[in-house]
Unconditional design. Structure first.
Length: 69
């Protein structure tokens, strides 16, 4: 996931500083400044790992429930 190109990105000015924005391709969230995109993507990956772990636990439980029935 790359930052939005310079042509389509927005620039906001705060206290005489220009902050270039980036957009998350996964959820569409806009970050100002674009350095916040990396931690945002890390959260996406962490949440996906957690979700997959929980899904594996459920699949294991359902498989074993069928074995006993």
């Amino acid at each position: 996931m790359q930052p939005v190109t310079q042509i389509s990105s927005k620039v906001i000015s705060i206290e005489k500083r220009n902050l270039r924005g980036a957009e998350c391709e996964k959820c569409g969230a806009k970050m100002f400044p674009e350095s916040l995109l990396k931690p945002h993507l890390t959260r996406h990956r962490r949440r996906k790992r957690w979700f997959n772990t929980e899904l594996r636990k459920l699949q294991y439980t359902f498989t074993h429930m069928r074995d006993f029935a």
